[in-house]
Design a protein around this ligand. Structure first.
Ligand code: PRX
Length: 630
């Protein structure tokens, strides 16, 4: 695969990718192992929508991540695992070892009856077994759905049931900092509600006592016992599903975003190589959890497709102290470091003393993802972590896009702090106004859409193609609508301004207001809730809940705690509201629609200009809410 090495080359590649997209992507795809080459490169329309890349081809993701490298990189480290507790020994797996572990586990999956197309849920902590399980699923053609280990049992069972998983893979327990999370216990609660699950494979990570259900639960070590370390990868059709990953939207339950075998593979490999300007033998450290798309694309698949060494860190940035990320960088001589702005902002508050004893000279490229980065945090990162020598790639993308769409190319694109800069080759962004017209020229702002398919894009929402169409392709006809607002400055550089829908981005985690409202409404005293986002110094956005209750509440503090607990149980602790205001009413239009614009303003603390409130059913309600604002 060709690596872009100059800005002129980027411009040429970009031009080529727009003028002759099929030729461009066929060239990129030429670097992979195909059991059978494609009949057509691209077949598409954004009306149904239908998108097929490399149709007729056959390939396997796991074979391309592992087998392909065995000749030249068998003894090179594929994964370095850094444990939560720095005093425990780290693990590393070479490409050969990872290949063997994956083959063994693939054979174990087959032995218990997992075959092509079966859905498998992975609920594991950040341990190499998570990557092994993903790659083994890909190898046998099973579709994995990884659920972030911070999700609650009811979120887990909802996801398992939505895509009808047959198997759950989990671990006994995990420590995150000093906190122990009993994953198997959470899984057991979920499994009470999941009739489709036949088996549960349990990895013994912490020797923590667990209940094993006879006939259903199997220890990982027993599952792989006597399994061969060789396995022939299934030849998958290009458009066979590779994985489903749930993400939150404005309304309704989380959506199972589906990615397919060939296009996703080609796209994440290409973007990893180019965005990070990856060089052979470098160590890449992405701090995202495998439970999110960043973990899928740039911790596991992108690096392994490129034969890179990828660091998997089990812990958290502030344990045992606030210098932990830099310890990991120093210890493993990390060359490329990729994290979320929220982590940078939170570390920023602890000052610069933590850097004193750390050697960060191995670093060459820095990256950010998940939310807009403010200029101040960008400069702090550039100065203290990159020592003003490392380019920062501010990568904009989404679960649905599979890989990065707008980002600088390290060492190639001239940077501008807090700008995702320019589209990658193959990506055709446009800004549209409210009425759906394209906004041309520079120094403009609008809703960010993409007008042409790229190989890594999601193909559907599992089991609900109509919702896929409605959510992404109906707002603007013949465009993919991202849900983000964006500015294109006088130089044509893109700066993402944030969501324009009811999705809130808390610490880089996408949270649907509807989901949190539904959870809060489960409290017996709650009648109605409206949740909005507000600017938060560390998290980017915080959650502000306005709640109407029955009767008179005498102990508001206890009620707030109970509401927080319900949200943690229904969704996960990360979705707990930061502020809960008990209100007598919500600002509604005469047709009963909550005017969130007003609530957002109040949550932001900006009550001077609430706009037109005359259409409200009861304008007095606004004054009451303003008076009690937190
Ligand atoms: O609002 C954008 C924001 O995160 C959303 C996608 O969230 P998710 O699907 O969870 O994927 C996160 C990791 C790719 C986007 O719609 N976002 C992501 N990256 C950036 C960003 N906002 C600004 N700048 C970014 N670099």
């Amino acid at each position: 695969m060709q690596q872009i090495s100059s800005f002129e080359q980027y411009q040429q590649q970009y031009k080529h990718s727009v003028e002759k997209p099929e030729e461009f992507w066929a060239e990129v795809a030429g670097s992979f192992v195909w059991t059978k080459k494609w009949d057509t490169v691209l077949d598409w329309n954004f009306t149904e929508p239908k998108v097929k890349w490399f149709d007729g081809a056959q390939c396997n993701m796991s074979e391309n991540c592992l087998d392909r490298h065995l000749e030249t990189k068998a003894n090179q480290t594929a994964i370095i695992w850094e444990p939560n507790n720095p005093n425990e020994t780290f693990r590393s797996l070479t490409y050969k070892e990872l290949y063997e572990e994956v083959c063994r586990f693939a054979n174990a999956l087959k032995k218990i009856g997992i075959t092509r197309g079966d859905r498998v849920c992975i609920y594991l902590p950040m341990i190499p077994e998570a990557a092994i399980a993903m790659l083994a699923c890909a190898r046998v053609g099973a579709v994995h759905t990884v659920v972030f280990a911070g999700f609650s049992s009811s979120s887990l069972s909802d996801r398992i049931n939505d895509c009808d998983c047959k198997l759950l893979i989990t671990a006994d327990a995990v420590y995150r900092g000093e906190k122990k999370i009993d994953l198997k216990k959470i899984a057991d609660d979920a499994l009470l509600q999941t009739p489709g699950i036949k088996n549960c494979i349990v990895y013994n990570h912490r020797d923590s006592p667990v209940l094993m259900m006879e006939g259903r639960d199997i220890w990982w070590t027993d599952a792989v016992k006597d399994c061969s370390a060789e396995n022939v990868a299934e030849a998958m059709q290009a458009e066979d599903p590779l994985f489903i990953l749930y993400t939150s939207g404005s309304t309704g339950k989380p959506k199972g975003i589906l990615h397919t075998a060939a296009g996703y593979m080609v796209y994440v490999a290409y973007t990893f190589l180019n965005v990070f300007n990856y060089r052979d033998k470098e160590v890449f450290f992405c701090t995202a959890d495998v439970g999110w798309v960043t973990g899928h694309s740039y911790l596991v698949y992108g690096p392994l497709l490129n034969g890179a060494t990828t660091v998997m860190f089990e812990g958290i940035p502030n344990y045992p102290d606030h210098g932990r990320f830099w310890d990991v960088v120093d210890k493993h001589k990390v060359n490329i470091f990729y994290t979320a702005p929220t982590a940078i902002r939170s570390l920023e508050t602890y000052g610069e003393a933590v850097f004193k004893s750390k050697d960060l000279s191995s670093l060459r490229v820095l990256g950010t993802v998940g939310e807009p980065i403010n200029e101040e945090a960008w400069h702090w990162y550039h100065r203290n972590v990159g020592k003003e020598n490392c380019p920062i790639v501010d990568t904009w993308w989404q679960t649905e896009t599979g890989g990065v769409l707008i980002s600088p190319i390290a060492n190639v694109t001239p940077l501008k702090p807090a700008f995702a800069t320019l589209p990658l080759p193959g990506v055709q962004p446009v800004l549209l106004n409210e009425t759906g017209e394209e906004i041309h020229g520079n120094d403009v702002q609008g809703n960010l859409c993409i007008r042409f398919p790229w190989p890594g894009m999601a193909r559907t929402i599992y089991g609900d193609h109509n919702r896929f169409h409605q959510t992404y392709f109906s707002t603007y006809k013949n465009y993919y609508f991202t849900g983000d607002g964006c500015r294109r400055d006088e130089d044509g550089y893109y700066r993402i301004t944030g969501r324009v829908d009811d999705v809130i981005n808390v610490s880089g985690h996408r949270i649907g207001t509807g989901e949190v409202e539904d959870a809060i409404d489960e409290h017996s005293l709650v009648i109605e809730t409206a949740v909005v986002g507000y600017p938060h110094d560390i998290k980017g956005q915080g959650l502000y809940a306005f709640v109407i209750c029955t009767g008179t509440i005498t102990d508001e503090e206890s009620l707030r705690k109970e509401i927080g607990k319900i949200v943690a149980e229904k969704i996960g602790a990360f979705a707990r509201p930061d502020k809960i205001q008990i209100v007598a009413g919500l600002p509604k239009t005469r047709s009963g629609k909550i005017m969130r614009r007003i609530l957002r303003k109040i949550a932001e603390g900006d009550t001077s200009n609430l706009g037109d409130t005359t259409t409200l059913l009861d304008p007095a309600v606004v004054e009451q809410i303003k008076a009690g604002a937190l």
